[in-house]
Design a protein around this ligand. Structure first.
Ligand code: IPD
Ligand code: CA
Ligand code: CA
Length: 266
């Protein structure tokens, strides 16, 4: 049974999704602006965030917010806060690609307490609360059990115009490609993490993310029995936005592989 806190988060996401689905069917009417090269924001991102923050504020008026589209947020001193990405996968959304999600995490006393990643088009709700397991709709989630990289499908984020270190990425891909069963790029970090929790991918790594991309996915993976760390292997490094996730074995093998690439280089 989801707690009252989780229900508030789920209801906010579901309410916002009614408009997202409408926008998704009328993409030609969408207003789009850029925050930087290859970094888009649509009228749907702004509207979705407003609906979510309004709903959450009704239930938790004293909570703070960290949200991607920074509008009227309370970001001062806080005890508890919500971390929100209204649409993770905006580029997919704008292109009519249904692989995008709302991501909301709740932090209580600086600790991740709950997270939801909701894909409105497929009506898939991934959620977790600390100590209570992870779920997809009504089904309990466990990370995949594979223990060899050569059997694994891994997902990553590819740098693009204005973003990331292209040379470093090409070097990593060059070495990882011949070790794994497949590499994927979905375009939504939040869903990548949720799909690792569901065992649909065996591992995930990406650099340069923001807390709103990953906070909900982190607690979902951990509650599904998986491991998420920064790319130095420590939990603190997550806050640099460099992330690697998987089951115990695959997380360790992939992390070792990536670290070796840089040892060879130095
Ligand atoms: C992006 C997605 C994408 C990741 C980017 C993120 P946005 O979020 O999560 O998969 O590769 O780094 O910025 O901009 O669509 O919210
Ligand atoms: Ca995002
Ligand atoms: Ca976003």
């Amino acid at each position: 049974m989801p707690s009252a806190l989780l229900n508030v988060m789920i209801n906010a996401a579901k309410k916002a999704s009614i408009k997202i689905r409408r926008d998704f069917n009328e993409l030609e009417n969408l207003q789009v602006s850029t925050k930087g090269p290859g970094d888009f924001v649509t009228s749907a991102d702004i509207r979705t965030q407003k609906i979510i923050i309004d709903e959450l504020t009704k239930a938790k008026p004293d909570w703070s917010f960290l949200a991607e589209e920074k509008t009227n947020q309370k970001t001062d001193e806080y005890k508890n806060r919500f971390i929100i990405d209204p649409i993770d996968g905006t580029t997919n959304f704008m292109h009519g690609n249904p692989n995008f999600a709302i991501s909301i995490a709740a932090e209580v006393d600086n600790k991740l307490e709950a997270g939801i990643v909701y894909c409105p088009i497929f009506d898939e709700l991934f959620f977790a609360e600390r100590g209570k397991g992870a779920f997809l709709n009504d089904r309990r989630l466990r990370v995949a059990k594979r223990n060899k990289l050569s059997d694994s499908v891994v997902v990553t984020g590819i740098p693009h115009i204005g973003r990331g270190n292209k040379e470093q990425f090409i070097e990593e891909i060059d070495q990882i490609i011949s070790e794994v069963a497949g590499i994927r790029r979905s375009g939504s970090a939040a869903l990548d993490l949720a799909w690792v929790a569901a065992g649909r991918y065996d591992a995930y790594w990406e650099y340069g993310l923001s807390l709103w991309d990953i906070a909900a996915g982190i607690i979902i993976i951990r509650e599904a029995g998986g491991v998420v760390t920064g790319l130095d292997g420590s939990e603190d490094d997550l806050y640099t936005g460099n992330v690697i996730a998987g089951n115990d074995n695959i997380h360790e093998s992939l992390l070792k592989k990536i670290k070796n690439i840089y040892l060879q280089d130095s």
